[in-house]
Design a protein around this ligand. Structure first.
Ligand code: ATP
Ligand code: MG
Length: 423
């Protein structure tokens, strides 16, 4: 029996790589320009980290985590998201406080996340996220900065038209708890309209009912009391200030009182960028403020805000744009025919790679006729073929054939070739 990959975990093949590199390069450029620093942390953490931070009754912790016991019977989990790991790592290495005072840190990470979900287009069991987290800043200015950053991602990637920003405020824990009571009362009164999932959430996480995609429940949800009407003055001030900042930057948004996010740790600002082009996998980037999490995990408080972007979903959008990303091609392909030529090619390529380290040279391996090697040279996309046969080797020369231009073939000495490539 052939062994195959695990369902929902994708191999990313060489043909797909130019798009991935293009995406990563564009994202990194924006992150660098905004002054954010990369952090890397392990793929596996103690299960407790996610249980405590994301929340026991969330979808992620409740049913999506890859959890196992190691040989010493420690419960470990493949990270389902990066925020908890980032807080854990930054706090552990004292990046977040100086003598109990919060420090400002602007961090990002990119990598695999794991969730046991039903695989479908745009939803996988191993997927990649870019995550960005800003610590030590309580005001709406940093919320706005992160949203502005995402806007610049879309600008560079040509996706502005495809995406809509949804914005909401979840207020403080107290405000949410007060609203929770009001919402539960309303939902109880409409109990007969709730589906099985929502009936479960009614007792565990009633705010998530608002997030239901069940078309039969949409009218009932639309008429539910709005959290925004139950927020205190300070929360509203934060939220209005954020909107003023976004207005100044010309960023359009929709206030969506039903945007609740699936994780327990959010407070105040939450946002999602959604698209109409990926079916029910419609959120490509989501985030918000999580002021309580740092204290919960590290014992010392610090305000924080961040977001995570699903890389595969962005790539699906880029594919629909039919964006042409050039693949990596060599500058030259060296054709090597005969045993003498093999030795000469080794020597020559070593010299070229030493004197011109940036010259992209593919040397043919595995022998074969001139004809078959020319085919390979052409397919590689190389601009030139360097030809080494018995005759050339005897005279310490190389024949140069231009594969993409209408230029005559040339014969140059090895020394001359090395010199020209150095310029
Ligand atoms: P969804 O509602 O689509 O399940 P989520 O609320 O679980 O998303 P987050 O935990 O906020 O997602 O993760 C941030 C982003 O990561 C999502 O907006 C999405 O783009 C991406 N993402 C989440 N889960 C997956 C997955 N299983 N496969 C691919 N991308 C994902
Ligand atoms: Mg999910």
């Amino acid at each position: 029996m052939k062994i195959q990959a695990i369902r929902g975990m994708n191999d990313i093949l060489p043909d797909a790589m130019p798009m991935w590199h293009y995406l990563e390069t564009q994202l990194r450029a924006v992150l660098d320009n905004f002054g954010y620093s990369e952090i890397r942390f392990p793929i596996v953490e103690k299960t407790e980290l996610f249980k405590r931070s994301i929340g026991e009754v969330t979808d992620i912790v409740g049913k999506e985590m890859y959890t196992f016991l190691d040989n010493e019977k420690n419960s470990l989990t493949l990270r389902p998201e990066g925020t908890a790991c980032c807080v854990r790592a930054a706090a552990e290495h004292e990046l977040l406080h100086h003598k109990s005072q919060p420090l400002v840190q602007k961090l990002w990470y990119m990598g695999q996340m794991f969730r046991h979900e039903r695989p479908q287009k745009g939803r996988y069991r191993q997927f990649y996220q870019l995550g960005v987290e800003a610590f030590g800043l309580p005001g709406p200015d940093i919320d706005a900065e992160l949203i502005l950053m995402t806007m610049h991602f879309w600008r560079r990637l040509g996706l502005v038209e495809q995406l809509t920003l949804h914005l909401n405020s979840l207020g403080t824990l107290d405000e949410r708890q007060n609203y929770r009571g009001i919402l539960v009362e309303y939902l109880e009164a409409h109990r007969e309209q709730l589906d099985e999932d929502s009936l479960k959430r009614l007792t565990t996480n009633p705010l998530r009912v608002l997030d239901s995609k069940n078309p039969k429940m949409q009218t009932m949800i639309a008429q539910a009391p709005s959290l925004l009407e139950h927020l205190g003055a300070e929360t509203l001030e934060h939220f209005q200030h954020l909107q003023a900042l976004l207005d100044v930057a010309g960023i359009n948004y929709e206030i969506n009182p039903h945007l609740v996010r699936g994780l327990d740790y959010y407070s105040h600002t939450v946002f999602e960028w959604r698209t109409a082009q990926l079916g029910s996998q419609d959120t490509v980037c989501a985030g918000g403020r999580y002021d309580g999490l740092v204290e919960m995990l590290s014992g010392k408080a610090s305000p924080a805000v961040g977001f995570a972007m699903g890389m595969e979903r962005i790539l699906l959008l880029l594919e629909q744009q039919e964006l042409h990303v050039p693949r990596n091609t060599p500058d030259a392909y060296m054709i090597v025919v005969g045993q003498e030529a093999e030795l000469a090619a080794m020597k020559l390529q070593e010299q070229i790679r030493t004197t011109s380290p940036d010259f992209a040279l593919t040397v043919h391996c595995g022998g074969g006729s001139f004809k078959s090697q020319f085919k390979k040279a052409d397919k590689s996309g190389a601009r030139m073929a360097f030809i080494l046969g018995d005759e050339e080797v005897k005279n310490e020369q190389v024949a140069i054939k231009y594969l993409r231009e209408d230029k005559p073939q040339a014969l140059v000495s090895n020394v001359e070739l090395i010199k020209t490539l150095m310029i």
